[in-house]
Design a protein around this ligand. Sequence first.
Ligand SMILES: *Cc1c(COP(=O)(O)O)cnc(C)c1O
Length: 349
Amino acid sequence: MRYLYEKAATPASGLRLHLNENTGGCSPAVVEALRGITPEAAALYPDYADAIAAVSARFLVPDSHLVLTNGLDEGILAASLAALRPGPATGPAEAIVIVPAFDMQAACAEAAGAGIVEVPLEADFTFPLKGVLASIGAGTRIIFITSPNNPTGISVPRESVEAIAAAAPGAMVFVDEAYADFSDSTLIGDPVMNAHPNIVIGRTFSKAYGLAALRGGALVAAPAALAPIRRVLPPYSINVAAAVAIPAALRDHDHHARYLAEVRESKRLLYDALDRTGVQYWVSDANFVLARFGEGAGRICEKLRQKGIYVRDRSKVHGCQGCVRITTGVVEHTRRLIETLEEVLCAAR
Ligand SMILES: *Cc1c(COP(=O)(O)O)cnc(C)c1O
């Protein structure tokens, strides 16, 4: 297989700023809810009514417009299977992915048997609308868009999503909004979605809500777009722990708001530090910042690792030569990162 999800090394201790996790932890209400799972509840197939009600309230959509998934990863896999399974249409099925973007999209589309059409971001990392439109063909069944994008943190203009959805009415336009909590902007509820029922939005509770280990995500779309996805999803793919954790997390608005504020402050501190040290970066709508350290990027990551701080070297990813992605979550962690980074940069000069 050509497209593999690269699973980053996950050290047990140290400062994990390499996977965009919520390193401050989930809401204490989640842990309370987990403690409340009884032996009887663990023995029964889970019920999702409460989780669905909480997600429906969070996104202000009726139940018929959403489906829960075992992390957004499962949502990407299910959407790929639904869009790419052999149908009456002839010709090889194709998936359009933007590079660089989240590895799982091409990996899942390929696993579903599709050919992958890669469209590179523009050199300045703006969205390649013309390139995507030019790549749409008879075989196009799914188009993946990530907004805000990972690893750049840059959001995709809604007009671009609309133009693509209009140009490929027979394809699924999958908008991965894994980081939309941090940008405070979403296509859910936007008139663009009503006008284009081929748009499917993917969300996760891993990042902003800190449930990465529990695995919870959701897809939001018009009922007709969700129907083929519901057909490929196992009926009990969300376990009871996630089913009780999701509503507990979504109802703790204060915890969520506090974490978003930490992320905003962390980004501000990191931008200032990068400005001081003359390192190029991209203003991010997510909970991480991509910075270009140049040729020394690998060495800098290694030096930070030796000091117990893990960041993600993205040098080998298309267009990201010399770039490192740094999670900006808890302010205290960001201060530690900045202090250590400044030491490492000073020593290198
Ligand atoms: C983290 C991430 C996901 C996966 O989220 P899970 O819910 O943990 O599976 C999906 N898309 C993007 C862009 C991500 O960064």
